[in-house]
Design a protein around this ligand. Structure first.
Ligand code: ADP
Ligand code: MG
Length: 338
């Protein structure tokens, strides 16, 4: 990758807190304007990585560059970076407009220009008329959009978002995911890079241009959502991103995604034989857990095209034959703590 395309570069980063190794051997290149997600379970080092990029933490080892400039020893205010936290951190006594304008005022941007830019960014987050309200007069989703507006108004090179939708209920979170993507596209002409942290695999898959899967302070895989989902490179990734369908056959370990498996209720033909151990009816589809005669267990997902919930649930205990195409299996490395 040419250096100019890379906005955030972490090389050989290690960060410890006493005996705890929070992140180690971290190498990461994030491109300008990219929506890049750090995905991983709690405690895997995502927040530490964001704080290192922001400059709130210093690495024990390694270098950090932003826009091609080494900033490893620079203070947070010397980095062209803003952070959005889960708890919004709006000033309660200030109006929404003053909250959004805060960073501009600190930088000494003249009043008329401030006003224009606040209006513009409130339009982008689709809350043009709430400038005079106080944060307490907004809903949770609106407050999160204002927090976003405040971080975008001074057009930072990099926007860091640490589980920003974590406090919202599912429905609102899904709406905000779409909203956030729209906002990112709208500001992409000024080339703001989004670095997004989440532990929610669905959120990561739907929003990201690329993602990095974290496990115990290390990156297990980097790729586009399709690459990571369809071709997980380790057992941990296979299990964390989607359902862990891992089999060992003939000395090799491989994974196959549940929706790529065909299930037949006859025992003649190709594939592997087994028995349905469990059935989970999920409305749109049904999930079947199949115990294979040759060892191992696979989850199979079938759309409920013609099957009723009754029929689906009654298939528990039945003998089945599972088939999948060789090109839908991917060899993975063992281990990774799944
Ligand atoms: P995540 O954001 O993925 O949940 P963190 O980056 O917050 O993970 O934490 C990574 C590891 O570092 C965890 O084991 C955590 O307990 C530890 N850690 C993070 N911050 C501190 C700190 N300030 N002091 C001590 N340990 C910390
Ligand atoms: Mg965290």
């Amino acid at each position: 990758m040419p250096a100019a395309e890379i906005d955030v570069r972490l090389s050989g980063i290690r960060k410890t807190y006493g005996d705890v190794v929070a992140v180690d051997e971290l190498d990461l290149d994030i491109k300008t304007g990219e929506f890049f997600t750090l995905l991983g379970p709690s405690g895997s080092g995502k927040t530490t990585t964001l704080r290192l990029i922001a400059g709130f933490e210093r690495p024990d080892r390694g270098r950090i560059a932003l826009g091609g400039r080494d900033v490893t020893n620079r203070a947070p205010y010397e980095r062209d970076v803003n952070t959005v936290f889960q708890d919004y951190a709006l000033f309660p006594h200030m109006t929404v407009a003053d909250n959004v304008a805060y960073g501009l005022r600190v930088k000494g941007v003249p009043k008329a220009e401030r006003k224009r830019r606040v209006q513009e960014i409130l339009r982008v987050v689709r809350l043009p008329d709430v400038g005079r309200r106080k944060p307490v007069q907004l809903s949770g989703g609106q407050r999160q959009r204002i927090a976003l507006a405040r971080s975008l108004v001074n057009a930072p090179k990099v926007l860091l978002l640490d589980e920003p939708l974590g406090a919202l209920d599912l429905k609102l979170r899904q709406e905000m995911q779409i909203e956030l993507k729209r906002i990112q596209r709208e500001v992409s002409e000024v080339g703001i890079t989004f670095v997004y942290v989440t532990h929610d695999q669905e959120e990561a898959l739907t929003m990201s241009d690329r993602l990095a899967v974290f496990n115990e302070g290390r990156i297990e895989q980097i790729g586009t959502p399709a690459e990571v989902y369809e071709r997980p490179s380790t057992q941990f990734v296979a299990g964390f991103v989607g359902v862990s369908n891992v089999l060992e056959r003939g000395g090799r370990t491989f994974t196959v995604r549940p929706e790529k498996i065909q299930m037949h209720f006859d025992e003649t033909g190709g594939g592997e034989l087994g028995r349905i151990e469990d059935v989970v009816y999920v409305g749109m589809f049904t999930r079947y857990i199949v115990e294979l005669d040759s060892g191992g267990e696979l989850t199979v997902v079938r759309q409920n095209l013609e099957t009723s919930s009754q029929e689906a649930l009654e298939s528990r205990g039945k003998r089945v034959r599972l088939e999948w195409r060789p090109e839908h299996t991917f060899v993975i490395e063992r281990g990774g703590g799944a």
